[in-house]
Design a protein around this ligand. Structure first.
Ligand SMILES: CC(C)(COP(=O)(O)OP(=O)(O)OC[C@H]1O[C@@H](n2cnc3c(N)ncnc32)[C@H](O)[C@@H]1OP(=O)(O)O)[C@@H](O)C(=O)NCCC(=O)NCCSC(=O)C[C@H](O)C(=O)O
Ligand SMILES: [Mg+2]
Length: 287
């Protein structure tokens, strides 16, 4: 699996303790799974969840879905043991919660070795201030917004328009883009039976530049996959922009016009990105 071109529209949290959910995940059309050992697992269930998850990962069956393991923070009594048990179980990525600085990432990188990609939960005010340095860490390939913890730590209200979180969300996207090759995944939508609210929040996250959204329930997958995929009209436009630019370029002009709007080389780069994303989604869907 090429993790750099893999789509991350839908990224579903699954409690590592729930065998039924682990089994069900093998049939769900989610682009990635976060196997959670942190907040979704009660303290008394942590040790058993770790073993259940290691067994499930070793048994396989998760197909083309990217497999991300969220361990407990290394400052907790469980974090180090999570790494020891899960390190060679078959995860594609490790996700570290409650990060504040790149030094926190170094501590996990030392335990995992240099080959394992690391995603970081961006869920403390300090992490947001350090977003650029965290995203620039050599082993970091993804930033995940932890909007529940951020809301708690900021002491802000939960609003449908997420205005109180906007600075943090934009800092996360900016840090990921400044680092290049780092994916940015939006936070969860807690009202998991409210499809309309989820759709609006997905579209907001997509418009901000996120690659996808973290989810807590299978019912959220389809809405999210649709929101974060290029539409057919976006694909058609991208193809026409590329063709028009190539034609103009061949005749020595630097700017084309499509549907009354200019197309320069930077628009062509964006159009190529749209087509690459559509192709990656199609490839993922193919058996
Ligand atoms: C929220 C839930 C507790 C709801 O569970 P439940 O009441 O069992 O839901 P349903 O009866 O509707 O379930 C229907 C079937 O779907 C399966 N299921 C449910 N959730 C999942 C899931 N996440 N992954 C896979 N499969 C799932 C059930 O097993 C049922 O299957 P079947 O038997 O075939 O009918 C529950 O959805 C849940 O636990 N969700 C995950 C919660 C979680 O992971 N929380 C932690 C992450 S959020 C977070 O921490 C973000 C961040 O850190 C921050 O700070 O913001
Ligand atoms: Mg959290």
């Amino acid at each position: 699996m090429d993790l750099t071109t893999h789509p991350y529209r839908s990224v579903l949290y699954i409690p590592g303790s729930k065998e039924r959910a682990l089994e069900k995940a093998q049939t769900l059309s989610t682009d990635a799974i976060i196997f959670d050992l942190e907040d979704a697992v009660a303290p008394d269930a942590k040790a058993e969840a770790r073993e259940t998850l290691a067994k499930a990962l070793k048994a396989g069956g998760f197909g083309k879905r990217a497999k991300v393991v969220r361990i407990n923070a290394l400052t907790t009594e469980w974090g180090n043991e999570d790494v020891r048990v899960l390190k060679d179980a078959g995860a594609d990525v490790f996700l570290l919660p409650k990060v504040n600085t790149p030094t926190d990432v170094d501590a996990l990188a030392d335990l995992l070795g240099p080959q394992m990609p690391i995603w970081v939960m961006m869920e403390t005010p300090v992490s947001v201030f350090n977003a650029r340095e965290i995203a620039a860490h050599a082993q970091v390939t993804g930033l995940v917004a932890g909007t529940n913890d951020l809301t708690k730590d900021l002491g802000c209200r939960t609003r449908a328009d997420r205005l109180p979180l906007m600075t943090s969300l934009q800092m996360i996207v900016m840090a990921a883009r400044a680092a290049r090759g780092v994916v940015a995944i939006d936070g969860v939508y807690n009202r998991f039976r409210d499809g309309e609210g989820l759709k609006a929040e997905c579209e907001q996250g997509r418009d901000l530049g996120f690659d996808g959204k973290t989810l807590i329930h299978p019912a959220q997958i389809d809405v999210t996959n649709t929101a974060f995929a290029p539409t057919q009209s976006e694909i058609d436009l991208a193809e026409r922009q590329i063709a028009a630019f190539e034609e103009c370029h061949a005749s020595g002009q630097g700017v084309a016009v499509v549907d009354g709007q200019i197309v320069e080389n930077l628009h062509v780069v964006a159009a190529q990105r749209t087509l690459a994303k559509a192709a990656a989604i199609q490839e993922l869907a193919a058996e």
